[in-house]
Design a protein around this ligand. Structure first.
Ligand code: GFB
Length: 271
C-alpha cells in the first residue's frame, strides 16, 4: 500500500485508509465521528462483510420479479435474472438484489455457504402496509376503496388499469418460503408465483377489491398516474417441478380475507 501511495498519489492530496479496527462502519455514530475528523472530499467505499465459514447455515434472501430485464421474452424464468438492464423505475433496487444472487454463488464457491434466494411476484394480504404513499397496489386499492365507500365518492385507481401482475397471497408466500428453507437445496434462485394463467390486469384487481369491499360506486382510472412496468409474467415451472400439488389460495378468497381483516383492524393497520 505504501508503495502505491508513494508512486501514485499526487502532491497536495491526503489519503486516509480506514479498516474495521479503526472504525466500525456498521455503527452510525462511529462513522459520523470518522467523517467529522477526516472531513473527506472523496470516498472510495470498499467495505463489505466478508469471510466466515457458515457451511451449514442456510440463508434465504428475497429477490423480486421486478429485477428482471425490462426488454425480455415471456414468461420470465430463473435463468434470466442477469440478461439485460432492469426497468428504469427500479434500477438501483434491481441491481442490488441481483447482486444477492451473485453473492450467494460466490459464498458457496469460496466458503461452501448454503445461501439461496427466492423471487416472489406481487405479494398482498393481511398485515400489509396500507399507507397510500408507500404501499403496493392491492393494499392501496383496498384502503382507497374503503375511504371511497365511506365518503360515497368514486374509487380512484392509478394509471390506465392495463398493466398485468401475478398476485400471491402472503400466507402462501410464507408457506413456500418455509418449504424453501427446509427442502430447496439449490443456490440458484426459485420463482415463487402463481401460474401465468393467474395473471390479472390492475383493472381486474381493482374490480376484485370493489367486490370484496362491497363497493357499489363508480370506479375511475387516473391516467395521469404512472403505469410502471406493463407486465413481468413469470413462470412457476421450476416451483411446480418440485411441488406439483401445492394449492394457492384462490385470488378472490384471499382478497376477501384481506379486506375483512383490513376492515376489522382499521384502527391499528399500517396506514
Ligand atoms: O404494487 P405496485 O405499486 O408495484 O403496482 P409494481 C403498480 C401498478 O399498480 C401500476 C397501479 O400499474 C400502477 O399504475 N396502481 C393503481 C397503483 N392504483 C394504484 C395505487 O393506488 N397504488 C399503487 N402503488 N399502484 C413492484 C415493486 O412493482 O413489484 C415491489 O415495487 C415488488 O417492490 C413487486 O418488487 C414484485 O408491481 O409496479
Amino acid at each position: 500500500m505504501e508503495e502505491f501511495i508513494n508512486e501514485e498519489k499526487p502532491e497536495g492530496e491526503i489519503w486516509h485508509f480506514v479498516g474495521s479496527k479503526s472504525c466500525d462502519l456498521t455503527s452510525l455514530d462511529e462513522t459520523r465521528r470518522l467523517f467529522q475528523r477526516v472531513k473527506p472530499t472523496h470516498v472510495i467505499h470498499l467495505a463489505a462483510f466478508v469471510g466466515g465459514l457458515f457451511a451449514n447455515m442456510k440463508l434465504v434472501s428475497c429477490l423480486s420479479t421486478c429485477i428482471f430485464p425490462d426488454k425480455t421474452t415471456y414468461p420470465i424464468d430463473e435463468t434470466m435474472v442477469h440478461l439485460g438492464p432492469p426497468h428504469h423505475s427500479n434500477e438501483g433496487y434491481a441491481y442490488a438484489k441481483r447482486l444477492v444472487d451473485v453473492q450467494n454463488r460466490m459464498y458457496n464457491k469460496q466458503y461452501g455457504c448454503n445461501f439461496t434466494s427466492v423471487i416472489p411476484t406481487n405479494i398482498f394480504g393481511k398485515h400489509d402496509n396500507f399507507d397510500m404513499a408507500t404501499g403496493h397496489v392491492i393494499p392501496n386499492l383496498i384502503h382507497k376503496c374503503y375511504l371511497a365507500k365511506q365518503s360515497q365518492t368514486p374509487f380512484v385507481v392509478w394509471g390506465s388499469g392495463s398493466p398485468r401482475r401475478q398476485f400471491i397471497y402472503n400466507l402462501d408466500m410464507a408457506r413456500l418460503i418455509v418449504w424453501v428453507m427446509r427442502e430447496y437445496k439449490e443456490i440458484d434462485p426459485i420463482i415463487l408465483s402463481v401460474g401465468e394463467e393467474e395473471e390479472v390486469s390492475i383493472h381486474e384487481a381493482a374490480l376484485a377489491v370493489a367486490r370484496a369491499m362491497d363497493f357499489k360506486g363508480e370506479v375511475i382510472f387516473d391516467k395521469s398516474k404512472a403505469d410502471g412496468q406493463f407486465k413481468k409474467t413469470a413462470s412457476n415451472a421450476k416451483l411446480r417441478s418440485y411441488l406439483k400439488t401445492f394449492e394457492f389460495t384462490p385470488f378472490e378468497e384471499a382478497m376477501k380475507a384481506t379486506c375483512k381483516w383490513f376492515i376489522e383492524n382499521y384502527a391499528t393497520v399500517r396506514k
